[in-house]
Design a binder for this molecule. Structure first.
Ligand code: BEZ
Length: 326
């Protein structure tokens, strides 16, 4: 069994066509068929059902595809990391989730550039989970996100916890309160905007589906949506929810009087003519900010970036615990 045979099999499995797979791999069709046949003969297993159009994998072929595609992705990642280790990119490629752009990211980048005038940076707006794959493939060198990740290739540093604020329409009856309790918000429509959900379900008395009192009651689905999870920790299930695609849309709906939401404190300057932002009394109502990078390859400019982060925190009087890479 060799890599050429495995790549031929993966291309056939993914494109479900010999001609498309031949085009993608740059092999002739007879040569591609030969690679697959040799692989099947060596394994003594039929992997592809050739009698269906489009082509289909046999049950054994599907099993082999699931396992082997993971191994090949890993091999590609290792190759890319080894290349980067030997010749790191000159520019520092930084991935970030949109909400951190409202925090100190612009100031941190300005500080980094001031302290390292020759540095080139590329900024990429990319979701928390996608950052992990992008780190491995080399698309980014570092990622800033709001979720912890357990991945054998990736290390993370918790930078700080940012408090959640309640965003209410200015005309809302609670808009003049100084502080809010989650229980007092339960009767409102809660606008949900997180694209990344929590991996470990622990509370089960709410649902991520949009529903209203007239709909069928919520089922006992695990709560993985971050805002619902926060409410569930206090035994609260918001009466109505609406899911939207991002934070800006959520704040747009709040501004239009369509509901309320919770946002990290750095968003408190957005749409202030229509939205009132208020503290929550709960100490644990926070959204963390993590830095992620590979364990085995830290781009040479990343320590400079981390020191720019801490520099800004010191200038801004932010409480933080200094950490180092493994
Ligand atoms: C912050 O607001 O603390 C922050 C934002 C982006 C990157 C690092 C830190």
């Amino acid at each position: 069994m060799d890599l050429k045979q495995l790549n031929a099999f993966i291309a056939i499995a993914e494109l479900q066509s010999f001609s498309a797979a031949a085009k993608m791999t740059g092999l002739s069709q007879p040569s591609l068929s030969r690679q697959l046949k040799q692989l099947e003969t060596e394994m003594g297993v039929v992997l592809v059902d050739r009698y269906h159009r489009p082509l289909q994998l046999t049950e054994a072929g599907q099993f082999f595809y699931d396992k082997v595609s993971t191994v090949l992705t890993e091999l590609n990642n290792i190759t890319s990391m080894t290349q980067r280790l030997s010749a790191p990119s000159t520019a520092l490629n930084i991935g970030f989730v949109p909400s951190v752009l409202y925090g100190y990211l612009p100031e941190i980048i300005a500080t980094l550039k001031r302290q390292n005038p020759d540095i080139a940076v590329n900024l990429k707006d990319i979701s928390s989970y996608q950052q992990i794959e992008a780190l491995k493939s080399g698309e980014i060198d570092i990622g800033f996100g709001r979720f912890a990740h357990q991945d054998a290739w990736v290390q993370q540093i918790l930078l700080r916890h940012e408090r959640y604020l309640v965003a209410l329409p200015k005309a809302h009856p609670l808009a003049d309160n100084q502080e809010q309790r989650l229980i007092d918000l339960a009767d409102n429509r809660l606008i949900l905007y997180h694209q990344t959900h929590l991996p470990v379900p622990t509370m089960t008395n709410a649902t991520t589906k949009s529903y209203s009192p007239d709909d069928t009651p919520p089922t006992n689905k695990p709560v993985t949506e971050p805002l619902l999870y926060l409410f569930a920790q206090y035994g609260i299930t918001p009466l109505m929810t609406t899911e939207v695609s991002d934070l800006q849309v959520a704040l747009g709906l709040v501004a239009a009087g369509e509901g309320i939401t919770l946002v990290p404190a750095s968003l408190k300057t957005v749409r202030t003519e229509q939205i009132s932002y208020q503290r929550l009394i709960h100490e644990n109502a926070t959204s963390p900010i993590y830095l992620h990078t590979l364990k085995d390859f830290v781009h040479p400019k990343i320590p400079n970036l981390l020191s720019a982060v801490y520099r800004v925190y010191e200038q801004r009087g932010i409480t933080y615990r200094r950490q180092q890479f493994v």
